[in-house]
Write a protein that binds this ligand. Structure first.
Ligand code: Z5A
Ligand code: MG
Length: 212
């Protein structure tokens, strides 16, 4: 039937530390996929415009204080509130280009004292599993050259180092690690190549779930 033969959209996630160029690359990718008639949508977590996202934004900008466990669950809830839409988009053939996902969720909270990677994974279990994860790798020196940290919580050198070591524990063999110190166009070329490759492999495969 028509639905069976239609290729589903992919879930593409771009991860990396602060200033690695995630937003820049996600937006370029979304644009260039749409330009070649691959319907695509840009998603950015945290999605600060929802009710949950507004609390996260208040927290990141230090307007409110929250229990670390509560914050973790809110970041996760912020993804769950998009789950149904993500699934229906993918089923209707829309490829999602996602700027940060559960991996950021785990890596950041687990950088706080008393939080294990295992506990942090819990609320993420069952979310749609990405078809491709691209990790933009950037040394702290080069990142520093892209401007000072902002005023947000977590934008602190020592904290980012812990986050990086957590990301390293989350990396799976099929992740693509790209050197993000290169020019924007060169990185984009690599990303697009990876995406088109995965697109050929996935076909009509079912959407898998995270960490099950
Ligand atoms: N967080 C969490 O704790 N739990 C969660 O579940 C999630 C997130 C999802 C906000 O995230 C915070 O939330 C974040 C993690 C935590 N805390 N920290 N740190 P966010 O995604 O909203 O953070 P952001 O501030 O928007 O993104 P970013 O990481 O700072 O930046 P980026 O998106 O990777 O980089 P960019 O904006 O594309 O580029 C940065 C600058 O570099 C910009 O001026 C570009 O023009 C320039 N740039 C980009 N690429 C290049 C290259 N190749 N060469 C030279 N210059 C470049
Ligand atoms: Mg960004």
């Amino acid at each position: 039937s028509e639905t069976e033969s239609k290729q589903r959209g992919l879930l593409i996630v771009i991860e990396g530390l602060d200033k690695a160029g995630k937003s820049t690359q996600c937006k370029l990718l979304t644009k260039s996929l749409n330009a070649i008639n691959i319907p695509s949508k840009y998603l950015h977590f945290p999605m600060r415009t929802t009710a949950v996202g507004k609390i996260i934004d208040d927290y990141l900008n230090k307007r409110i204080e929250l229990h670390d466990s509560a914050v973790h669950l809110l970041f996760s809830a912020n993804r769950w509130e998009y789950e149904a839409e993500m699934i229906s988009d993918m089923k209707s053939g829309v490829t999602l280009v996602v700027d940060r996902y559960s991996y950021s969720g785990v890596a950041f909270t687990a950088a706080k004292p008393g939080f294990s990677i295992d506990w942090c994974r819990g609320p993420e279990i069952g979310l749609p599993r990405p078809d491709l994860v691209i990790f933009l790798s950037l040394s702290q020196d080069v990142a520093a050259g892209r401007g000072d940290f902002g005023e947000e919580r977590y934008e602190v050198d020592t904290f980012q180092k812990k986050v990086l070591s957590n990301f390293k524990q989350l990396i799976e063999p099929e992740w693509k690690i790209l050197d993000a110190s290169r020019p924007i166009k060169a990185i984009q070329k690599d990303i697009k190549e990876q995406v088109l490759e995965v697109m050929n492999e996935i076909g009509e495969c079912v959407i898998e779930r995270l960490w099950t």
